[in-house]
Design a protein around this ligand. Sequence first.
Ligand SMILES: CCCCCCN(CO)Cc1c[nH]c2c(N)ncnc12
Length: 229
Amino acid sequence: MTKLAIMGAMEEEIEPLLSYFDNIKITNYADNKYYEVNYNGLEIVIAYSKIGKVFASLTASTMIQKFGCDTLLFSGVAGGINPSLKIGDLIIADKLCQHDLDITAFGHPNGYVPGGKIFVETSNELREVAKKVAQENKLDVFEGIIATGDQFVHSKERKEFVQEKFNADALEMEGASVAVICDSLNIPFFILRAISDVADMDAGFDFDEFLKSSAKNSANFLIKIVEQL
Ligand SMILES: CCCCCCN(CO)Cc1c[nH]c2c(N)ncnc12
């Protein structure tokens, strides 16, 4: 029996999801709120972690280890790197990396620490479901590499660094930490983002303007995927 975790980082990223459900049970735990619903015979736990890799790791781990979720879907927004990604576009992650993890002083590549791996791959099965849903709904969905770091990227220099070092197509602040948690606990996971900005000097303004609409794009697609699970 699947117990689904649906996660975002910000309230604006899960608010559009919560609006699909009623009879929501709220549990307060570890300085956060976990919303439990039943939908189409699925038990679902929904939460927004707060921003950044540490909060995201705590929430992903809690949803799996305390609430017993066996599948995790992430919905949110991201900064676009690949020039074909426009604001509002959807991207699903094939694999994710941490662009600010750096022990290059010891000759290691960016994003690597001993015992870890630069890239963590998402669930192929969940990606296939997503692509089928996209096709059925005539939605354009980009598939690529997402880089995660504990910083809002708003400069050409940092955007180019992330692109050059990881060949990343988009960047954000939680996905790769969720990936490490799920990979280590052997939980299939899926990371979906909609572009809110393109991580350049206008990123802050674009983010403020497009957060809500892009978060809704991502949430609406995610719900269609949930209906196929
Ligand atoms: C109050 C400000 C909260 C910013 C949170 C941004 N999220 C983090 O996951 C996604 C994101 C959208 N655009 C980004 C960018 N240019 N750099 C990093 N992260 C992002």
